[in-house]
Design a protein around this ligand. Sequence first.
Ligand SMILES: O=C[C@H](O)COP(=O)(O)O
Length: 258
Amino acid sequence: MRWKESTLLLLISPDSVEEALDCAKAAEHLDIVDVKKPDEGSLGANFPWVIRQIRDTVPADKPVSATVGDVPYKPGTVAQAALGATVSGATYIKVGLYGCTTPEQAIDVMRGVVRAVKDHQPDAFVVASGYADAHRIGCVNPLALPDIARRSGCDAAMLDTAIKDGTRLFDHVPPDLCAEFVRQAHDVGLRAALAGSVKAADLAALTRIGTDIVGVRGAVCEGGDRAAGRIQPQLVAAFRAEMDRHAREHTASVPTAG
Ligand SMILES: O=C[C@H](O)COP(=O)(O)O
């Protein structure tokens, strides 16, 4: 993907081919379609044939991402799963480092993933994801992710929430720490992705701190319910309209040089 600097991209996570069709209806309003299986966890992995069918369902110019799971500290297993997602048609590969308790373990896992994925598809985009609520599950500190991503050769560092209980990204990692996360990622040439029950009300802060990708599901599902609700194309359009409004306001507020 070619990046326009300072543009916040919208990643939407359908859980099925049916929901991917809803994403396809809203394709002009989103940037990345992210295949996951929420009933297997925050970054639950879906079946290879679902990734393949979703790749065939969404417009060819929209990259398809796939989550490899809330993974254990098992580098070989995870590398093989990541290759499976790549072979199935995903060009963004997201790994949730759920079972890694130290940066060294996380780097071990992500090095294997990067090699498995990029040996097969050199221009694939690999995302190392930690959890904003890491303190609740005992995995690596969220602020360690940019360095983990850099040292393992990933393209982006991400945060999501592990436990979807209504608490949000900023409840666990407040905006000033998310800004630090983004800054650390950018300083080493990586992209920064943020998610975790993000709502339109969070977009001003996410835009201001220079986030590259915002990942969303619940906010664009019927009734705001990421589990029982289905993705609604009109909610995707409304979310994008809010993103665009904040982007315009942010641009207007930044003094121009000279
Ligand atoms: O990658 C993004 C996640 O699917 C976010 O889901 P959520 O907005 O329901 O927390």
